[in-house]
Write a protein that binds this ligand. Structure first.
Ligand code: GDP
Ligand code: MN
Length: 383
């Protein structure tokens, strides 16, 4: 579970990490009011759970009420990398001279958490890791003993952080580790940790991912989950329908009954040169209404150019699913995106006969079905 920036900042601030003054707003007047209260200049920041918001136009620095209004107008309601922006964080702008990176994550190779520090903050840290791995200092931590203060100082020293702020950065790093440990963090990250001309350090961004399996013992964080889910309308819809759904970056929509089937389909789409748009498991009992809901979800994702069904009949028989698919598609005057179906298992032959080939493309094998869907998606891209 990923916290929003404003939620993570709240958690960090409670633990004593310096954060800028800020307020959450969801309409233009709210943004202006918040900005007046905090005092200009302020940063207006889209609250969606993707990185690189700055580059994508989701963060604006404003000097007065007019600019605040314009920024709120353009950011609220925008589509940021597939996420609908319905709230912004209005935040005291930080006048910085340097941007650092500090983070804690699990190093699965070593089986230990690792603390990371870099003076190349403010940019995508994965890129730094690839292009200039030595620019990130790393210190592994033994979870049974926690992070020793000397380990924090060593990481900060190794990264080449200026002497004048080394103490404060070490202390932020130690606190971040403590939080990661106490809150069952999967990752905790501050990028950038800004350094001001007066040698103050302040967390200008905050990322905190919580281990889902530990949420039962983190009731305060679990409460944030519902709020955190906000923003992605499709993920909310999936919750309502009771589907397992994950949005991905590609354009081939995938629907299957069973997590394993869906995973296999994702792999095959990738294998045949396509890119999956989503993971969608409709689960057992895939009757007409459920199929219609699944199609409705996948069709309403603008990134989707074709859809592939991978259905294995078990308790839910192939003929029932086939009727469901027909019924769902008959509601459209025009099918929005080409649909390919592969049926196997109980009553698959009846199912194949029932499927209306004016509405869908039917393939015998999963390989053929996936290849066809990838082809359709590619044709849309070529236009
Ligand atoms: P991300 O791109 O989604 O990770 O969003 P960040 O919160 O990290 O902001 C991206 C960049 O916007 C930062 O590295 C800064 O350069 C700039 N920025 C964000 N907040 C402020 C601020 O308060 N003052 C100034 N000057 N720049 C800011
Ligand atoms: Mn950032």
């Amino acid at each position: 579970m990923k916290l929003h920036e404003y939620q993570a900042k709240g958690v960090f601030a409670d633990a004593g990490i310096p954060t800028p003054d800020s307020k959450l707003a969801s309409d233009v007047d709210g943004v202006v009011d918040a900005a007046e209260e905090i005092g200009y200049p302020v940063a207006v920041k889209a609250q969606v759970q993707v990185g690189g918001r700055g580059k994508a136009g989701g963060i604006k620095l404003v000097e007065d009420a007019d600019e605040a209004r314009d920024a709120a107008d353009s950011i609220l309601g925008m589509d940021l990398k597939g996420y609908h922006v319905d709230r912004v964080l209005v935040e005291e702008a930080v006048d910085f001279v340097n941007e650092l990176y500090v983070g804690i994550t699990m190093d699965r190779g070593e089986g230990k958490p690792v603390a990371m520090v870099s003076t190349k903050g403010g940019v995508n840290i994965e890129e730094v890791a690839e292009e200039d791995p030595d620019a990130i200092a790393r210190e592994h931590i033994d979870p049974s003993f926690g992070m020793h203060p000397y380990q924090a100082r060593k990481a900060v020293y190794d990264a080449g952080v200026d002497q004048s702020v080394a103490r404060d950065v070490s202390s932020v790093l130690t606190t971040l580790y403590q939080l990661w440990d106490d809150k069952d963090g999967a990752d905790a990250e501050i990028n950038p940790l800004m350094v001001t001309a007066d040698d103050e350090v302040i967390a200008a961004d905050a990322v905190m991912n919580i281990d889902e399996d530990a949420l039962f013992r983190q009731p305060e964080l679990a409460e944030m989950e519902e709020e955190a889910a906000g923003g992605d309308e499709l993920e909310q819809k999936a919750d309502e329908y009771g589907f397992d759904y994950v949005r991905l970056d590609g354009n081939v929509g995938i629907i299957g009954n069973g997590a394993g089937l869906v995973m296999t389909t994702l792999d095959l789409v990738d294998y045949y040169g396509g890119e999956p748009a989503n993971f969608l498991d409709v689960g057992g009992g895939a009757k007409a209404a459920r199929i219609a809901n699944a199609l409705d979800m996948v069709f309403s994702d603008d990134n989707v150019d074709s859809v592939v069904f991978n259905i294995f009949g078990g308790i839910t028989r192939g003929d029932e699913v086939a009727r469901g698919i027909n019924e769902a598609l008959e509601q459209f005057d025009e099918i929005p995106k080409p649909v390919v179906v592969r049926l196997a298992g109980t009553n698959w032959e009846e199912g194949m006969e029932i499927l209306n080939e004016d509405l869908v493309t039917v393939e015998q094998t999963l390989e053929d079905a996936v290849q066809r869907a990838v082809e359709y998606a590619g044709e849309v891209n070529d236009q």
